[in-house]
Design a protein around this ligand. Structure first.
Ligand code: DGL
Length: 262
């Protein structure tokens, strides 16, 4: 039972930024990662479409006997996690933009958030922003086009840098001192962002919090893997294996990337 894998899914390679935090915090756990790259970006889809894709991913992970599902996608979490929790009898961990910690820490009382359209227009995001960012100005920008570039492995190309500047400059004009990365693809842009942002502006995401929450639930449910020494990690994608491989190599001893027609 405890050796059953943690299931993780995203619209593509972005959720590997969450998987990295999970395998760092929980090195004994086996993981199965599903990258639905063919359907990326989820951020431009309707709530019903996002729910449908999230259901398909969840069912696949359940067929692979996963003991917990990590929805490593802000867009899928903010649009579909309620439906998933009501439908399946397995614990779910979701990811939401880190508005609350940014709002608490911000001195300029102005916080930038870069996320997908699907996340920024969701009811869950609005209630989080309303409940946890009182007195804070939130400067939102849809990162339209960024997920596609990251899916192609363009983390530092001219197009990526100029698109990012286009999104970030208006936030800087408004005086943000925190930039919330509200999409699991965006942590891969941190090296470029650090070049663009002035020194005083800090970047914040929810990756570590998701890993901690996964651990808390596994402990609470008594399903931590205390059997194997090092976890095994298997990745499935319905797009190019090589791209996903690039995002996950050099992290663990046992990593396998397979093509799955899903
Ligand atoms: N990684 C997804 C997220 O966190 C990207 C969504 C998309 O495919 O647009 O929102």
């Amino acid at each position: 039972m405890n050796e059953r894998p943690i299931g993780i899914f995203d619209s593509g390679v972005g959720g590997t930024s969450i998987w990295k935090e999970i395998q760092y915090l929980l090195p004994k756990e086996n993981c199965i990662y599903l990258a639905d790259s063919i359907n990326a970006p989820y951020g431009e889809k309707t709530t019903d479409e996002i729910i449908e894709l999230s259901v398909k991913n969840t069912e696949l992970l359940l067929k692979k006997n996963c003991k917990i599902i990590v929805v490593a996608c802000n867009t899928a979490t903010t649009n579909a996690i309620g439906y998933l929790r009501n439908t399946y009898d397995v614990p779910f961990v979701g990811i939401e933009p880190a508005i609350k910690p940014a709002a608490l820490k911000s001195k300029s009382k102005t916080v930038g958030i870069l996320a997908t359209k699907g996340t920024l227009t969701s009811a869950l995001f609005h209630s989080t922003a309303q409940n946890h960012a009182e007195g804070i100005e939130i400067v939102e920008r849809e990162g339209k086009g960024l997920v596609e570039l990251i899916e192609k492995g363009e983390l530092d190309s001219e197009t990526t840098v100029s698109l990012l500047k286009q999104f970030i400059d208006p936030m800087l004009d408004r005086g943000i001192d925190y930039l919330v990365l509200g999409c699991t693809h965006y942590p891969y842009l941190v090296p470029v962002l650090k070049r663009i942002l002035p020194e005083g502006v800090k970047i914040i995401d929810s990756g570590q919090a998701v890993a901690r929450q996964t651990k808390t639930i596994l402990e609470k449910e008594s399903i931590l893997n205390n059997v194997s020494l090092n976890g095994k990690h298997q990745f499935f994608t319905n797009a190019e294996q090589e791209i996903l491989q690039r995002f996950v190599e050099n992290v663990t001893e046992y990593v396998r990337v397979d093509y799955l027609d899903f």
